[in-house]
Design a protein around this ligand. Structure first.
Ligand code: S3P
Length: 187
């Protein structure tokens, strides 16, 4: 695990970023349970609020409209306390989202890093694979991944997940965050 010096001294929320198939939702739910915080997936909140699936939003209105809706949802959630939030793999493409994640006080951004091939095969094994609009765009998938990597790497914590189970990944983040919280309580 890489811990950046910019890690906030006080943490009220954790945002998980990474490419699709990185395990953000699975790890996020486990981590929230360990911390006894709430877990939300920004894509699920968007679907609940609009009553339309992500795949339908892409198909009917296109990616630009999806990114605008995604930014609204993330902005509305990023100030909530005791929250673990998973955001879609492309959220870091929107500069306003990047700024909100890195500049909102007490927010710890965690990048779940894994090789692209590992993440694609995880996605293909999931029941909803056919509904992932970006997965169809195979030629551009690697380009997108590489373009997003520098943004993902700006996270405060980077966890290499390829050889870890979701439980182990969650445990690593939990340890880093609780050590920090303890340090600040004792300070
Ligand atoms: C996307 C990833 C998806 C979802 C949408 C677009 C992307 O989220 O937001 O299909 O651009 O990588 P997950 O990363 O949770 O799969």
């Amino acid at each position: 695990m890489e811990i950046k010096p910019q890690l906030p001294a006080c943490i009220s929320r954790i945002v998980l970023v990474g490419f699709m198939g990185a395990g953000k939702s699975t790890v996020g739910a486990l981590l929230a349970r360990q911390l006894q915080w709430r877990f939300l997936d920004a894509d699920t909140v968007l679907e609940d609020r609009t009553g339309v699936s992500i795949a339908e939003i892409f198909a009917r209105h296109g990616e630009t409209e999806f990114r605008a809706l995604e930014a609204d949802v993330i902005h509305s959630l990023v100030r909530e306390h005791h929250l673990v939030l998973a955001v879609g793999g492309g959220a870091v493409e929107t500069s306003a989202i990047r700024d909100a994640l890195l500049q909102t006080p007490e927010t710890c951004v965690v990048f779940l890093e894994a090789p692209l091939e590992t993440m694609i095969s995880r996605c293909e094994q999931q029941p909803g694979a056919a509904l992932r609009p970006i997965l169809n765009d195979r030629e551009r998938l690697r380009d997108r991944f590489e373009a997003r990597l520098p943004h993902y790497r700006n996270a405060h914590l980077v966890v290499k997940t390829a050889s870890l189970t979701p439980e182990e990944t969650s445990q690593q983040i939990f340890k880093a965050v609780t050590a920090l919280l303890k340090e600040n309580t004792l300070a």
